[in-house]
Design a protein around this ligand. Structure first.
Ligand code: PRP
Ligand code: MN
Ligand code: MG
Length: 181
């Protein structure tokens, strides 16, 4: 439906690199959460791909829940206002929550989420983000597992969108500025 090639300037992280990294982090998580009541919480919609692949990289059975929040709308900059579109279905009491995110950009979404989770009775709340833009941080969010630190370019693919498009690209790629400027 779209000519993908002309919309992208560079592939930043390939499907293979993602797969290897997810296996590596899954092994760490497996060891770190042995004997603990782990709950994965995916942040919709961006985290769909990383949750699907990461959860299947784990060797043990792990429950998943989802929270839908949005701060970007159709633009390329965070509005700073986070809206809950769908709340969790799970009671967090006693759970060791691992939030699964596709990207930490300004950090506003996750810092808001961590605050929101603080009062829900979880035993622990930690974060796994596949991608992080250290130079874009407006707030620094404690992140236990990070896949890749990347530059500040606007990226799409592997769950990440621009105006709801490009989520189904297999790689993470830099969106050509002509698409949004
Ligand atoms: C994107 C991304 C993260 C968040 C990161 O979500 O998936 O959740 O922004 O940005 P931040 O660190 O600057 O807050 P978005 O609001 O676009 O919703 P989506 O996941 O449905 O695309
Ligand atoms: Mn998101
Ligand atoms: Mg988005």
């Amino acid at each position: 439906a779209t000519d993908i090639e002309s919309d992208i300037t560079e592939v930043l992280v390939t499907e293979e690199q993602i797969r290897d990294k997810l296996d590596e982090i899954a092994a760490q998580v497996e060891a770190d959460y042995a004997g603990k009541d782990l709950l994965l919480v995916g942040v919709l919609k961006g985290a769909i791909m990383v949750m699907a692949d990461f959860s299947r990289s784990l060797k043990s059975l792990v429950p998943m829940d989802w929270m839908a929040v949005s701060s970007y709308g159709a633009g390329t900059k965070s509005s700073g206002v986070v809206q809950i579109r769908k709340d969790l279905d799970t009671d967090l009491h006693g759970k060791h929550v691992l939030i699964v995110e596709d990207i930490i950009d300004s950090g506003l979404t996750l810092s808001w989420l961590l605050e929101n989770f603080a009062s829900r009775g979880a035993e622990a709340v930690d974060v796994f983000a596949l991608l992080r833009k250290p130079e874009a941080a407006k707030v620094v969010v404690p992140c236990k597992y990070v896949g890749f630190d990347i530059p500040t370019d606007f990226v799409v693919g592997y769950g990440l969108d621009y105006a709801e498009k490009y989520r189904n690209l297999r790689d993470v790629a830099v969106l050509a500025p002509h698409v949004y400027s």
